[in-house]
Write a protein that binds this ligand. Sequence first.
Ligand code: 5RP
Length: 224
Amino acid sequence: MDARTEAKRAAAEKAAEYVHDGMIVGLGTGSTAYWVIQKLGERMKNGLKIKAVATSNQSELLAKELEIPFVPLSEIGEIDLTIDGADEVDDEWNLIKGGGGALLREKIIATASKELIIIADESKVVKKLGQFPLPVEIVQFGYELTLCKLASYGCITHLRMQEEERFITDNGNYIVDCAFGQIERASDLHAALNMIPGVVENGLFINLATKVIIGANDGSIKEL
Ligand code: 5RP
């Protein structure tokens, strides 16, 4: 395992320590969240009792393979704790998410969670958000027009592709990766982008994280 993967795993396993019996746990998406799901699967074999909700079909599939039980969203009011990755984390714990295309479900689950622990390797920590192109989920209808509107906010838009096909989210939508370079007022941009007809949600997560755990390539872990 390379140092970066080890750093992701270390942060994930630290975060999994915050999971206790009886909790409803939100499972994130991506290569860092993968390690949380693995760890929780292992702990459940040793007696941990939790119920889960997932932020993507991919994470749900993995958790079901590990025999982690699920609770329907219709049966819960709140989620005790969600653990998820991020593409960028700034000083104020604002995030860019959606590199894996799961940002809409991730935001729904994060917003319904009492606690949101973000786990990442140190390459994700930035002074200012925006170096990572901001993923935006948009409906398919009129997507060319939505791309123009997004570009009018000062970014270069790129409709996400996968194996020469347009990438389709779990919700049947497209993802546009918006290269801003640097985002000055993340909260204002977040609100403005979500006002564009055709935009379902954007990957800025403002004031949602309640803890950030960073794994460093030298093997150490930092809880922010
Ligand atoms: C998926 C996400 C992921 O959390 C984010 O892309 C980080 O992924 P990884 O842990 O693989 O670096 O937002 O939509």
